[in-house]
Each structure stands twice: as C-alpha cells, then as structure tokens.
Design a protein around this ligand. Structure first.
Ligand code: HEC
Length: 220
C-alpha cells in the first residue's frame, strides 16, 4: 500500500512539470525583421529608466508583476502566461522586438500603440525592461559619469573621451568590452567588478604601507 502511494507520488512529481511545460509553452511570436532590427533611439540613462519604470507601474505591473516575473495580480486570470522578464528568452530579444510586442500586443497582451502614443515612452519601457534582467531589478542606478566629471573642481574643461571601438585589454584586468550596445545593468555590473578589484588592490597597498610604517618604527 505504502509503496503504491510512493509510486503514485513519484509519477505525479515526474509528470506534472512536463504537463505544466506543455500547457504554458510559449506560442512563438514572430516579429518582422524591420521591427526587430529597429534601433532604440532613446539612450538608456537614469531619466529614461525612471520614465519607463513609472509607465511600467501604471500599465504593465498588474500582469507582469513589479519585477517582471509574470506574477502580477491579474496574471492568474490570463489564458497565456505573461512570461518571466528576468530570463534570457526575453532579455535576449532585441530592443526592436520588445518595442514591437509592446506596441502591437497579442491575445491577452494588450497593444499600447494608442494607450502610450509617444513612441519614445515605449522605448523607455524597453530600457526599463532591461533592468529586470536576473539580478538587476533592485540595483540602484549609478549616477551618470559625466556629472562626476563636472563636479571636479578644475578650471580645465574635462571632456569624456569617445568610447573606444576596440576592447581595451590591460595587464591582469578583465577584458572591458565596448559599452555602447551593452544594457545599462550590464555596464553597472562591469563597473562594480572594476571598483571591487580596485578596492582590493587599495586594501593591499594600505596593508603594505602599514607594515612598512611598523618596520620603520621598530628600527628607530
Ligand atoms: C492584461 C495583462 C497584461 C498587461 C497589462 C501587459 N501585458 Fe505584456 N504580456 C501579457 C501576456 C499574457 C503576454 C504573453 C503573450 C503571448 O505570448 O501571446 C505578454 C507578453 C509581453 C511581451 C512579450 C514577451 C515575450 O516573451 O516575448 C512584452 C515585451 C510585453 N508583454 C510587454 C508589456 C509591457 C511593456 C506592458 C505595459 C506597457 C505590458 N506588457 C502589459 C499580458 C499583459
């Protein structure tokens, strides 16, 4: 008796996820090439992301959830799953594709072409969707580098050098890929890693200095 129950449970455990995957398997959503390859004209900066976030709260959160996990309060009533925007199947899509799907809609997913008439607003939504990538939703927005440059008390005007086309390779440093096409969150992560490694190096130097100081004191 007991073993039958165990077998039944095992069958449920093995088969249930397969059924779930079948029921909710995403229907492919083809996007025309011209739409797919459309370039995002709105730079992904703090301002655009904030605008996107506000629109997300008003229009999208109810189904897609605050963090885009597909767990909004309305999600349970839908026939199709809204998907998980933290995952690569969404994040790997081009900005143009996300723009197209948001504008056009399909079935349970409303089209926002007329509800959000300014196309730049939809591009800002796309910029915000990029911050929903796994591990990126709660990260604070790092201030724009240009601002810090301005604040430096210097009579000489400091120009930010143009982004280099090639990857910069420094000895012992991770490769820094060209940043123009990388989502903001990715850029932040790269910068964080750099700051971390610099901090470690500084710490080591400090330790060195303090041992040197100690040595010199003991010799006196
Ligand atoms: C009424 C619920 C609902 C609302 C509100 C909603 N969506 Fe959706 N969304 C869905 C559903 C359901 C799908 C899956 C549609 C499908 O695959 O047919 C979807 C799919 C998407 C996709 C495609 C995801 C993929 O996997 O390719 C994008 C992009 C998207 N929504 C963006 C938005 C944005 C941006 C907003 C707000 C402006 C929004 N949605 C508002 C329900 C909603």
């Amino acid at each position: 008796m007991k073993s039958k129950i165990i077998i039944a449970l095992a069958v449920i455990v093995i088969i249930a996820p397969a059924f779930k995957a079948m029921n909710f398997q995403k229907k492919p959503w083809p996007v025309p090439d011209t739409a797919k390859n459309k370039k995002n004209p709105v730079v992904s900066n703090a301002e655009s992301i904030a605008a996107g976030k506000a629109l997300w709260s008003t229009h999208c959160k109810s189904c897609h959830g605050a963090k885009g996990l597909g767990d909004g309060p309305k999600a349970a009533q839908l026939n199709t799953e809204p998907g998980d925007f933290s995952k690569t199947d969404v994040q790997a899509q081009t900005d143009g594709s996300l723009f197209y799907k948001t504008s056009q809609g399909r079935d349970d997913m409303p089209g926002y072409k007329s509800k959000i008439p300014d196309q730049n607003d939809i591009w800002s939504l796309v910029n915000y969707i990029r911050t929903l990538k796994k591990g990126g939703a709660t990260a604070p927005v790092v201030p724009v580098v240009k601002d810090t440059v301005k604040k430096v008390d210097q009579p000489v005007k400091v120009e930010t050098p143009p982004a280099k086309k090639d990857t910069v390779i420094k000895k012992n440093d991770p490769v820094i890929p060209k940043t123009e096409n990388i989502p903001l969150q990715e850029q932040i992560n790269i910068l964080r890693a750099r700051v971390d490694s610099l901090e470690k190096e500084m710490h080591k130097l400090k330790e060195k200095i303090s041992t040197m100081k100690k040595d010199s004191v003991s010799y006196n």
